[in-house]
Design a protein around this ligand. Structure first.
Ligand code: ADP
Ligand code: MG
Length: 314
């Protein structure tokens, strides 16, 4: 099997989008409606053994995270929530209490973010758990933000802090002592908060050009904006927003916080580009981490970057 992104490129060339529809290649498909609105749709899968280990993640957290990861794709386009569909495969050996906790987590983040559950599908599985969430959002015509709209000279910005979720995962996998800071990092990993309201506010600002969410890691995801917009990006690691928890955790364990911030996935923060003249008017707290260039490369501290994030089949 070739790499995940090459495979998606093949699918895209085999299945061109109908006129007026933005299909494969962004966080959501964008489907125009007759009433001056657009429908946003995205689907995301969580597979036991790939995205999570059943004995390591509480059922509540899995329910929360599966929904949150999909909701984040609506945030990434600046959309308004409409609802979600949940397809779930579990083996008969999974206890009812597991399913109840899973649904409680799914419900709590759905209420927090304003996505009612509207349907889904349930099947038995011979072995592993598989969760697939489809999410629907809406946006006024032409208002949602795509990966393809970055312009040379734009500033590159992110919301929140980077690397916390990956550090939380590291602490879980390595069995590090659950100090308060480790608990908070694990909380970022298990219970991510999609930036729905921030995405909506950013999409209403004309100076905000390209936008996406960070699910696979900054160094991987920024390349999607580069590819779709035909531009380059220069990132200054001295500007990356790092939480005190991440810094202290890395100091205690002799780890590099920049590794988590650049290559760690599942932060579900927003990555966007903005015209410099619009930066001061943004009503969303964010950090400028770099600039858009007209070259086609990713520069990290002036050097061509080799770091990547998570990719399937590699
Ligand atoms: P995200 O991380 O934002 O969920 P992905 O990297 O999963 O985005 O997907 C990138 C794009 O490729 C999306 O537009 C998605 O719909 C599309 N895509 C991924 N897998 C498939 C598939 N098997 N069939 C059709 N489209 C796909
Ligand atoms: Mg996304």
């Amino acid at each position: 099997m070739k790499g995940e992104f090459d495979f998606i490129r093949d699918i895209k060339s085999l299945f061109p989008s109908p006129d007026g529809v933005c299909g494969i290649g962004d966080d959501c498909a964008v489907i125009p409606q007759r009433d001056g609105m657009e429908t946003l749709v995205s689907t995301d899968m969580m597979m036991e053994g790939v995205h999570f280990l059943k004995d390591d993640i509480p059922a509540y957290a899995l329910g929360w995270k599966s929904a949150a990861a999909s909701f984040s794709d609506i945030a990434a386009m600046g959309g308004t929530p409409v609802g979600s569909f949940l397809a779930l495969s579990v083996s008969a050996s999974v206890p009812e209490s597991w399913a109840a906790e899973f649904l409680r987590g799914y419900r709590d983040v759905s209420e927090l973010c304003g996505f009612p559950l509207l349907g889904g599908d349930t099947t038995s599985s011979p072995d592993r758990i598989c969760v697939c969430v489809t999410v629907l959002g809406k946006s006024a015509s032409g208002l949602c933000r795509k990966r393809s709209d970055a312009l040379p000279g734009d500033l590159v910005c992110v919301t929140g802090t980077l690397g916390d979720s990956a550090a939380g995962l590291e602490a879980i996998l390595k069995g590090f002592a659950r100090t308060d800071e480790v608990q908070r990092l694990i909380g970022r990993h298990y219970l991510p908060r999609p930036r729905i309201s921030e995405g909506g506010i950013l999409a209403s600002c004309p100076g905000v050009h390209a936008m996406m969410d960070i699910s696979d890691g900054l160094a991987s995801d920024v390349r999607h904006i580069m590819e779709e917009s035909g531009i380059g990006v220069s990132v200054d690691t001295g500007k990356l927003p790092l939480s005190d928890d991440l810094l202290s955790f890395c100091r205690s364990h002799g780890l590099d916080p920049l590794h988590f911030a650049l290559s760690g996935g599942e932060d579900y923060e927003l990555l966007f580009t903005v015209d410099p003249s619009a930066l001061d008017g943004l009503e969303v707290p964010c950090t400028v981490i770099g600039v858009v260039t007209s070259g086609r490369t990713l520069l990290v501290d002036g050097k061509e970057a080799s770091c990547t994030g998570f990719r399937h089949f590699e």
